[in-house]
Design a protein around this ligand. Structure first.
Ligand code: GRF
Length: 199
């Protein structure tokens, strides 16, 4: 079984989708979520981990003297859980270089737009969907890509489009996109396991 660790800062609905896929969906008998790391003590994702009996750890930046020590602590937790794949699921920070080096081509992120459009620093959550609507786009979508030490710039693994109509609000777009995220993230994980992790 491939061991997945999730890094998340918020609600964790993508984490839930990955857990569900491991339990009863396309990742069944292939992967399991063995750890959830959050940098935010009040993130609902920690509650979800508890409900699912998944080990979780909260590592807050404010408790470390600098970025390096903070990221080292995360790396230590990932390694001691014998993590094979790291999935960022609404993780609001850049992952440290040490983590990127250790898990090269095994750290995935999901972004709620069609990268390279509407990505980069500051492009997260509702800001993405507001920008899409403001630009009059007729399409948006979901991108799963490898994460590296820069925002939203690693190699794309999978993309899926959704239609944006003239009357869609940013909230409408967000809803459509999220629904697709839950389907695409487990599919992209499966692809990486099959291509990179199983001989
Ligand atoms: C998702 O839209 C994801 O694309 C983005 O952050 C959001 C996380 O939502 N990176 P959740 O915490 O998984 O519910």
């Amino acid at each position: 079984m491939i061991r997945i660790a999730i890094l998340a800062s918020g609600g964790g609905s993508n984490m839930q989708a990955i857990v569900d896929a491991c339990k009863t969906g396309i990742l069944k008998d292939l992967a399991e979520v063995i750890l959830t790391v959050s940098n935010n003590a009040s993130a609902f994702v920690l509650e979800r981990a508890k409900n699912e009996n998944i080990n979780s750890v909260c590592i807050e930046r404010k408790n470390f003297k600098d970025e390096e020590f903070f990221n080292k602590k995360i790396l230590t937790e990932l390694k001691s859980a014998e993590t094979d794949i790291v999935c960022l699921a609404g993780y609001m920070r850049i992952v440290g270089q040490g983590i990127v080096d250790e898990y090269k081509d095994r750290i995935l992120n999901i972004h709620p737009a069609l990268l390279p459009k509407f990505g980069g620093k500051g492009m997260y959550g509702h800001f993405v969907h507001e920008a899409v609507v403001k630009a009059g786009e007729t399409k948006s979508g979901v991108t799963v890509h490898f994460a590296n030490e820069k925002y939203d710039s690693g190699k794309i693994i999978m993309q899926k489009e959704i239609e944006v109509s003239k009357i869609d609000t940013p909230e409408d777009v967000a809803k459509k996109v999220l629904k697709v995220e839950y389907r695409i993230y487990p599919q992209a994980i499966k692809k990486i396991i099959e291509e990179n992790l199983r001989g």
